[in-house]
Design a protein around this ligand. Structure first.
Ligand SMILES: [Cu+2]
Length: 158
C-alpha cells in the first residue's frame, strides 16, 4: 500500500467531494430548472436562408391553442432580428428556431433561461413557456459588427 501524506489525503477527498457536488449541481439544474442544450436542430444554407424556407418568412406560427413556433433570422448589415417584434397570449409555449444569414450572433431572451449562440448554417431550437404578462426584450449577445448594438427585439405576452 502506498503511503499518502495526511494533507495529501485531505486534498484528494476534497477534490472528489468537489466532483460529486458539481455532478449534483448539473443534475439539479437539468431536471429542476429545465436547462436545455441548444443542439443543432437542422442545417441550412446561410446564403439562401433569407430567400427560401421558413427563415425567409420569419415570425410566429400557431400550432395549437397556446402553442407557437417562432422562426427568427439574425442578420448583419442591416443589423437586425427578423422579426424584431413578437406577440403571444399569456400561457403560451413558444419554440424558437434561430439561425443567422451571415456571421455569428447571439440571442438572449430576458426573463427566460434562453441565451444561445446563433450560427450561420445551423438552426438552434429552444422552448419557453410564458405564464406571466409582460415585455421580454431579446438582444444579440455576440459582437457581430459595427451595428451590433442595434440588434434587439421584444416579445410581448398579453
Ligand atoms: Cu451582435
Amino acid at each position: 500500500m502506498i503511503h499518502v501524506e495526511r494533507y495529501e489525503r485531505y486534498w484528494i477527498w476534497l477534490s472528489l467531494a468537489g466532483l460529486v457536488i458539481f455532478a449534483i449541481a448539473i443534475g439539479v439544474s437539468s431536471f429542476m430548472f429545465g436547462i436545455q442544450v441548444p443542439s443543432p436542430e437542422a442545417l441550412v444554407n446561410p446564403n439562401t436562408v433569407a430567400k427560401t424556407g421558413n427563415f425567409a418568412n420569419p415570425g410566429l406560427r400557431q400550432l395549437a391553442p397556446n402553442k407557437y413556433e417562432a422562426y427568427i433570422r439574425a442578420q448583419a448589415s442591416p443589423w437586425k432580428f427578423y422579426p424584431d417584434k413578437l406577440e403571444v397570449p399569456v400561457g403560451s409555449t413558444v419554440t424558437f428556431y434561430l439561425t443567422s444569414a451571415d456571421v455569428q450572433h447571439g440571442f438572449k431572451l430576458e426573463g427566460t433561461n434562453i441565451n444561445v449562440m446563433v450560427l450561420p448554417g445551423q438552426v438552434t431550437k429552444m422552448t419557453a413557456t410564458f405564464n406571466q404578462k409582460g415585455t421580454f426584450p431579446y438582444v444579440c449577445t455576440e459582437y457581430c459588427g459595427v451595428g451590433h448594438q442595434n440588434m434587439f427585439g421584444t416579445l410581448v405576452v398579453k
